[in-house]
Design a protein around this ligand. Structure first.
Ligand SMILES: Cc1cc2nc3c(=O)[nH]c(=O)nc-3n(C[C@H](O)[C@H](O)[C@H](O)COP(=O)(O)O)c2cc1C
Length: 321
């Protein structure tokens, strides 16, 4: 069982300490548990927005994240797409970064430093074949990430969603990775498929320990005046508040279909969004674009906002939600 040593201190706690008050015996608790891993709060840095650098991930932890996810790590070195790769749109971000990666065999220096991160670390990986996913899983296990996230849902790479849109391929993939992993595995699903609940059921049946949803929503957006694609890749995925409604719907569909825990992601920037995500059936809440919109300390801010809501609604523990 992993135990995070990062201690989240809420505004309520800090105020009481400053005033010399005694802590109440029944303070609000944001502690939670996911795949038997203990977290001090349910907020997780989503994959991709801040890369794989351990120094950056540590800054996210210092800013209140309960867990962090690396950018997706691939089988071989890959540059990604040409600029522009990320633009701000109304209420969101539009990106086609294209999964740049040094390749897992060139990342030992970074992997060795994972132990410096004092909250659970989720290693996100991707591949073009079942063998890719199995090889990366087998290799990175020795660096003891808390969970291995299988990105089968990237809309910005030619074959990025091949697995995540096919129940049969998903089943084969999860079965193979599960057989090679001693660490919990969590496929990350795409909303750009016919039936996300069906994919989730297949994942659960094949032994997935948890589900992560959703990745970005695929779109082709043109420049309003020039009528040329906004991004060099031509198409891309949208994220941020603009996708919150879709994310909540997809998480609810998954919750109704499976029993395993869900890391719910998509459009979460404020405490009220996080509470909505929990009520839709998520156990943890991922924040990606929210870092761009509210700053690195979005995690502390959202924790405080969740606590305020809990206080107002008389809820003592996050697990009650
Ligand atoms: C710039 C950018 C890069 C991303 N890179 C990855 C990635 O490498 N792997 C992945 O699984 N998801 C990636 N995502 C998707 C996010 O992890 C998240 O699922 C999505 O943005 C929705 O959450 P949000 O609305 O909080 O941003 C990326 C998103 C953005 C905006």
């Amino acid at each position: 069982m992993l135990k995070s040593s990062f201690s989240y201190k809420s505004e309520v706690d800090s105020k009481m300490e400053n005033e010399g008050s005694r802590k109440p015996t029944s303070r609000f608790s944001l502690d939670t548990n996911f795949c038997e891993i203990e977290l001090q709060n349910p907020l997780v840095l989503a994959s991709g927005v801040l890369g794989v650098s351990v120094d950056l991930l540590k800054r996210v932890v210092a800013n209140g994240a309960g867990a962090v996810t690396t950018k997706s790590i691939g089988p071989v070195e890959r540059e990604g797409h040409n600029n522009p790769t990320v633009v701000e749109i109304e209420n969101g971000l539009y990106n086609a970064v294209g999964l740049p990666t040094p390749g897992y065999l060139n990342m030992d220096e970074e992997f060795k430093r994972w132990s410096e991160i004092k909250v659970p670390l989720i290693a996100s990986i991707y591949g073009s074949s079942i063998e890719d996913y199995v090889e990366i899983t087998e290799y990175i296990q020795k660096y003891k990430p808390a969970i291995i996230e299988l990105n089968i849902s990237c809309p910005n790479k030619e074959d990025g969603m091949v697995f995540g849109t096919s129940p049969n391929l998903t089943k084969e993939l999860i079965t193979a990775v599960k057989a090679s992993s001693s660490i919990p595995i969590m496929p990350k699903l795409t909303p750009n498929c016919d039936n996300i609940a069906e994919i989730a059921i297949v994942c659960e049946g094949a032994g997935a320990d948890a589900i992560c949803a959703i990745n970005t929503v695929q779109k082709e957006i043109l420049h309003p005046k020039l009528k040329v694609p906004l991004l060099a890749y031509g198409k891309g995925g949208i994220s941020g508040p603009i996708i919150k409604k879709i994310a909540l719907e997809k998480v609810k569909e998954i919750r109704d279909a499976v029993e395993i825990p869900i890391l719910g992601i998509g459009g979460i920037t404020h405490g009220k969004d996080a509470v909505e995500m929990l009520k839709a059936g998520a156990n943890l809440i991922g924040i990606g674009s929210g870092v761009y919109f509210r700053g690195m300390d979005v995690f502390k801010k959202v924790c405080n906002e969740i606590e305020q809501i809990m206080k107002k609604e008389g809820i003592k523990s996050i697990n009650e939600i």
